[in-house]
Design a protein around this ligand. Structure first.
Ligand code: FES
Length: 265
């Protein structure tokens, strides 16, 4: 699904990742080469690369945290993976910072090399998790399908048992969806041939975002493992999901689409 921290539709976090990756692993490489050849210039380069890598890592973390909070579906396997990804990268940055702090005046200390080796290994693990978040969980992938239209997302507030104006009728064409954030709930408003439908955004298999899926012919498909649900009834049309999704009452009134929230809040 589309990244929250993006510029003109392009996700920022994946675009920045190569910088800390290259600088920090480069610091390790130059430190090892410098020690092996006893060349101070290489070790000095390692020091500067370490400083650049730490700075780039902290800058890169900002859009990453925003995507974690705003884009990755809550209560999903992707959320757990994103937490491991962030923890691994924060640990790697910490280890490189320790290595930088304990450098000798002109060369890396033994503790520096150990910290950088450990940090480098953890950084690679964190990067592997990040790659999985993109390629399998489709975080920051703004995919398209026939008639999908542009990504639509809005934050609203509502009262339990009351109706919320979720959209104007003309906001959505057939087979298009809009993600609604209503007081902590993530609800998808979809327009099908039969009319409007609203359902929970979380796939009942492992929590994939249905707003980030595909809606065609009154069926919404989760792209994580392919589960399909009837948009009107919430019934599972195709697994691996076994439980139906929750659906909401929707009605059109004076050109507006209203979604009724359940009484339990
Ligand atoms: S999370 Fe597995 S099919 Fe949706």
């Amino acid at each position: 699904m589309r990244s929250y921290a993006s510029f003109k539709g392009h996700p920022i976090h994946p675009a920045l990742i190569p910088f800390p990756f290259a600088f920090l692993l480069g610091a390790l490489l130059f430190d090892l080469l410098g020690l092996a050849s006893d060349r101070r210039g290489l070790m000095l380069t390692g020091r500067h690369l370490s400083e650049l890598g730490l700075l780039a890592g902290m800058v890169t973390a900002i859009p990453g945290v925003l995507d974690y909070l705003k884009t990755v579906p809550p209560a999903s396997s992707g959320r757990a993976r994103a937490l491991r990804h962030g923890t691994a990268n924060a640990t790697a940055l910490f280890l490189f910072a320790v290595g930088w702090l304990f450098r000798d005046a002109t060369s890396p200390s033994a503790l520096t090399i150990i910290s950088e080796l450990l940090g480098g290994a953890i950084l690679v693990y964190g990067g592997w998790l990040g790659g999985t978040l993109v390629t399998r969980n489709l975080i920051s992938v703004d995919h398209r399908y026939a008639r999908a239209g542009k990504w639509q997302e809005v934050t609203l507030s509502g009262t339990a048992g009351a109706s919320v104006v979720a959209a104007r009728t003309e906001d959505l064409n057939e087979d298009q969806m809009k993600l609604l954030h209503i007081d902590g709930r993530r609800i998808v408003l979809a327009r099908t041939k039969q009319g409007f439908a609203a359902f929970d955004d979380g796939c009942t298999h492992r929590g994939g975002s249905l707003a980030g899926g595909v809606c065609v012919g009154g069926v919404v498909q989760c792209l994580w493992h392919g589960s399909q649900f009837d948009t009107a009834t919430g019934e599972v049309r195709c697994g691996p999901a076994k439980r139906n999704i929750h659906v909401y009452e929707v009605r059109e009134q004076n050109g507006q689409v209203l979604v009724t929230l359940p009484r339990d809040g």
